[in-house]
Design a protein. Structure first.
Length: 452
């Protein structure tokens, strides 16, 4: 029996120059954004206001109304419960999690920033001191789509950075139960506090704390989540820090005839599996190759475990982008700025050198995105919605900050005195000028008298 190929929607970039509709579609793809629907933001704002005013009770009420709470209504997981889940992990799963932890830690340690001091002029030394944050909240998707891997991606770099208190928030499933692998992962990495909540109320609990439960607000919130989580993170930014607003997972594969169509199809499916709102794009300048990929998609879907989700995802969000040549393809990739980008082309390193906008690049035929999702050591919390043009992956640097320490001697201040006074006067900020003048007042008087 012949298995029918999957027919993906196609976008021919060359037509954008003469067809306004195609040009508009290209613009929409490139400027898609990661910010949720305004209605979601409004509702998230209302939940956050309730949590800020009502604390624990408001989080519990939102859990009951929106989902994500435990069956008994409790909001915290004890350390003993996390450790029990850790000890009950099946050996193969525990071994996989431990290898993942080791690899994430190994890479995170290379990201630790250095404190440096620069002498601007003799007597003016500026230290750029890196310090870790006192507390961080990590949102880890749970419920029916629990991701222990995301918990580890958020917590391990925090531990490497030396964060004083790491709080995880993750929802329970529809029956009020918690994913035991996720809890076991929390036990493996020594999570300090664990809040059972999802969506906007979870972000509110991290940002504002749970007074009755003794949970203090955190200084920054990191981690991926759904539209409600993203909207809530945007709303609390300013009262606490966030990593970035992350939308649905994205995958892009740029490939030519040197690539294996089966590999490319599997990479598209692996990220489309996240759901119908996860775009999966193949960028190529070889139309026959794209057709071979479509044949492979059809073949692999026949035995796929989550076929219904995959078929819907491909129908809603998959796309073949046909470029006129290699240069046009790479230009489109940079403009789109995907979250995950696989590069399987001839002269691959030359192509990689030209690609500057992507959350994480996967180079060559043996670098599937799933390797980075789990065990390569790179972080899988990545910018989406085109934010890879300006943001990078979650990293150790995300868990700290730089403090400027300025050490200035009398001679150093004398060297820059004229510049400070002249510009302060130009800006009509005379108290600024006076703060420098008075430090030399006696010396100025003596100098004038000596001159006379």
């Amino acid at each position: 029996m012949t298995i029918p190929a999957v027919s993906l929607r196609r976008l021919e970039l060359a037509r954008a120059a003469s067809e306004p509709a195609v040009a508009a579609e290209v613009r929409a793809l490139v400027r898609r954004g990661a910010v949720p629907d305004p209605r979601v933001r409004e509702e998230a704002r209302a939940i956050l206001a309730a949590v800020k005013a009502g604390g624990d009770a408001a989080v519990r009420e939102a859990n009951g109304r929106c989902g994500g709470g435990r069956a008994d209504g409790s909001l915290l997981v004890s350390r003993a419960e996390m450790e029990a889940a850790r000890d009950a992990l099946p050996p193969r799963i525990r071994s996989g999690l431990e290898q993942m932890i080791d690899n994430i830690r190994r890479f995170a340690e290379t990201e630790l920033p250095e404190t440096r001091t620069t002498t601007i002029v003799p007597g003016v030394d500026i230290e750029r001191r890196w310090v870790s944050l006192a507390s961080v909240g990590v949102y880890a998707p749970g419920g029916s789509a629990a991701y222990p891997s995301s918990l580890l991606m958020g917590v391990v770099p925090a531990k490497v950075a030396g964060v004083g208190r790491v709080v995880v928030a993750s929802p329970a499933d529809a029956e009020g139960g918690l994913n035991q692998t996720l809890l076991g992962a929390a036990g493996l990495v020594g999570v300090d506090q664990f809040i059972v909540a999802g969506g906007a109320q979870a972000v509110g609990a991290l940002a504002y704390g749970l007074p009755a439960a003794g949970i203090e607000p955190v200084d920054r919130i990191v981690g991926p989540g759904n539209a409600w989580v993203t909207a809530a993170k945007l709303e609390v930014f300013g009262e606490c820090g966030i990593d970035l607003p992350a939308g649905p997972s994205e995958v892009m594969v740029v490939a030519d005839a040197t690539a294996d169509p089966g590999h490319v199809a599997s990479d598209l499916l692996s990220q489309a599996e996240h759901g119908p709102d996860s775009p999966a794009l193949l960028v190529t300048w070889d139309s026959p190759f794209a057709a071979r990929v479509e044949v492979e998609l059809g073949r692999q879907l026949e035995t796929a475990a989550r076929r219904a989700i995959l078929e819907r995802s491909l129908g809603d969000g998959a796309l073949v982008v046909l470029a006129s040549d290699r240069d046009a393809a790479l230009d489109f990739v940079n403009a789109y700025a995907p979250e995950h980008l696989s590069v399987v082309v001839d002269d691959v390193e030359e192509a990689v050198a030209r690609l500057r906008n992507a959350g994480s690049l996967f180079v060559g035929p043996y670098a599937p995105e799933s390797a980075g999702d789990y065990a390569s050591g790179a972080n899988h919390v990545l910018p989406t919605g085109g934010l890879a043009r300006s943001c990078g992956a979650l990293s150790t640097e995300s868990y700290g900050k730089f403090i400027q320490v300025q050490r200035i001697t009398r001679d150093g201040l004398a060297t820059i005195r004229d510049a400070v006074e002249a510009v302060a006067e130009a800006e009509a900020l005379m108290a600024h000028k006076r703060a420098v003048e008075l430090r030399f007042e006696g010396e100025d008087t003596a100098a004038v008298e000596a001159a006379e």
